[in-house]
Design a protein around this ligand. Structure first.
Ligand code: ATP
Ligand code: MG
Length: 560
């Protein structure tokens, strides 16, 4: 087995087999078919990467097809957002298409079906129809309207189209077999009446084709060779094929539906309908809230297209349902940002340090690399002065030997600056440390090459000069759900597992170079994690999102 064949996923194996059985390479064509009823999420990214990945591997076109057959839920806003997300991921579709463009063709095919005696108008209520469906172990019951004449059906269907029925009064059903062992084959609904304006066809149509009737025929119209969908459609495949049988002609390619497992992520829900509930109930601030598993949320959170594509690659394409650990996604973004994000100094929970032997009024500009471990990042100057901020948690009056940070009587190095020693501290009435007094070794400047600068000191702290600090709002996110599978409880819904502390807004002290940071810029705040500039940033106010901490606090909590 060559490297090339070893890395094929099972869908690619299917395609390879089709090619070896005579399918011409130039007949390969794929599609990504979102319904514009919400924003894309990380699950969709699996399908996008799969379909567009096939397009790249086989040099074949990939259509973006909006599956827009339900005007009650679909909106132009979603169409625009979906296009933006796919472009951002770096994929190019061959054609932007809409199932609604095929309404006339679908209608014409439906009239043919009726003429062939393969479809009928049913006037029963949806409850009655459901009750007659039977169960997997008992056959269904024929509708009393099943044997209407072709003429009657044609006339009624025409009336449906002309808006002479109200929603729910009638449906058009395919006449297949009410005793079929596949429930989907028991006279499925082809059309229903919906009197809502469609985002593209307006009020031209008031009958709308169902998913099954639309999807395969759209694949056929576009001559999609492999229509790849998720596992829940496996049982629909027989119907997909039955519908194709009604329209395929021998001179055209017959599409083939194949299924792969949905991507599920731990600590997350992934259904547009449910994500919409989070938005509508104000649990999050919109579809692109950085806590959302949407592509737009991840983008705003600071995720890169590379990290999402790598995540797709690593989580793979599977035949069976499974759950991917969200920490894999977090690993992927850390892994990428580690190679691209400049490292800067920002103190998230500041306490003041006064360096008592540093001359008052003196200021120095210290050279600091944006990355000490890789070439090409360049450097900037950071101002140093007598008063600096460090993290509160980096100081203790007393601590054991394993605390390599600042404690009374001991030394630490300040990143890119000097070695300081804690001499005393000032406390408020509650005993909280409000100021730390230190001395510094003036010969210990990092990079100076002096003997003092080369002294071995265990801890290095990040810091920011008080006088030069730039204030920033930092939004620290935690998981949106406190449960590993919020969607998977019998007695509770996912809303019951919303983590009430998923957002913490703090004020940080940042090194002054960050004042010129632009929306979307990404940084490593040394020792703290990766942060990006949020779009809420204005001239006078910097806002950062924490993309991901350097260390995973959840892993720590769980092993406690
Ligand atoms: P949702 O319930 O989130 O709305 P959906 O399947 O109804 O999901 P569509 O817009 O119909 O959403 O999906 C477009 C394509 O993306 C489909 O081919 C679908 O199978 C695929 N897809 C959706 N969710 C996932 C997922 N979690 N993992 C992999 N593929 C997915
Ligand atoms: Mg759907």
């Amino acid at each position: 087995m060559t490297e090339e064949t070893k890395s094929l996923n099972f869908i690619e194996h299917i395609i390879e087999e089709d090619l070896s059985n005579g399918l011409e390479n130039n007949k390969l064509r794929f599609r990504f078919p979102p319904e514009p009823n919400g924003y894309l999420h990380i699950g969709h990214a699996a399908s996008i990467c799969l379909n567009f990945g096939l397009g790249e591997r086989y040099n074949a076109p990939v259509n973006l097809r909006f599956d827009d057959t339900n005007p009650a839920k679909e909106e132009q806003e979603y169409v625009d957002a979906i296009k933006k997300d796919i472009e951002w991921l770096g994929f190019k579709w061959a054609n932007e298409l809409y199932s609604s463009d095929y309404f006339q063709q679908l209608y014409d095919w439906t009239v043919d079906l009726i003429k062939k005696g393969k479809a009928y108008v049913d006037e029963q209520s949806s409850e009655e129809i459901r009750a007659q469906k039977g169960t997997p172990t008992s056959i269904g019951t024929d509708s009393p309207y099943r044997n209407r004449s072709v003429e009657e059906n044609l006339a009624l269907f025409e009336k449906m189209k002309n808006g002479e029925f109200d929603e729910g009064d009638v449906v058009l059903r395919a006449k297949i077999d009410m005793s079929h062992n596949n429930m989907h084959m028991r006279d499925p609904i082809l059309y229903r009446v919906l009197k809502k304006a469609h985002h593209r066809t307006g009020t031209d149509w008031c009958i709308f084709p169902m998913y099954d009737w639309t999807h395969g025929e759209s694949d056929y119209i576009e001559q999609i060779s492999h229509s790849i969908c998720t596992l829940e459609f496996k049982s629909h495949r027989e119907l997909y094929d039955w519908y194709l049988d009604q329209v395929v002609t021998s001179d055209k390619l017959r599409p083939k539906q194949r299924e792969f497992a949905r991507r599920n992520l731990s600590y997350t829900i992934m259904s547009k309908r449910k994500l919409l509930q989070l938005v509508e109930n104000g649990v999050v601030n919109g579809w692109d809230d950085p806590r959302m598993p949407t592509i737009s949320g991840l983008r705003r959170r600071g995720y890169t297209p590379e990290s999402i594509k790598n995540f797709s690659e690593l989580s793979g394409i599977s035949k069976r349902d499974n759950v991917t650990d969200v920490s894999l996604l977090e690993f992927c973004i850390k892994d990428h940002l580690n190679t691209i994000a400049p490292r800067v100094l920002a103190v998230l929970d500041p306490v003041k340090v006064v360096i008592t032997n540093y001359p008052e009024g003196k200021e120095e500009l210290l050279d600091a690399n944006y990355n000490d471990y890789a070439e090409g990042f360049g450097s900037r100057e950071v101002p140093f002065s007598r008063e600096i901020y460090i993290e509160k948690e980096d100081f203790r009056e007393e601590a054991n030997k394993k605390f390599f940070r600042l404690k009374l009587g001991k030394e630490v190095r300040l990143k890119n600056a000097y070695i300081i020693k804690a001499e005393s501290c000032v406390k408020d009435a509650e005993g909280n440390v409000t100021e730390i007094h230190c001395t510094y070794d003036e010969n210990s400047l990092s990079g100076s090459g002096s003997e003092a600068s080369l002294r071995k000191i265990k801890g290095t702290l990040h810091w920011v000069s008080v006088k030069h600090a730039v204030e920033a709002e930092v939004r620290v996110y935690d998981r949106l759900f406190s449960d590993e599978a919020p969607d998977n409880h019998k007695d509770k819904g996912f809303m019951d597992f919303v983590n009430p502390n998923s957002l913490d807004v703090i004020t940080a002290a940042c090194e002054p170079s960050l004042a010129s940071a632009k929306k979307g810029d990404t940084f490593q705040f040394q020792r703290k994690g990766y942060f990006c500039v949020d779009e809420d940033t204005t001239e006078g106010k910097l806002v950062f999102n924490r993309t991901v901490p350097l260390r995973d606090s959840w892993a720590k909590m769980e092993t406690k």
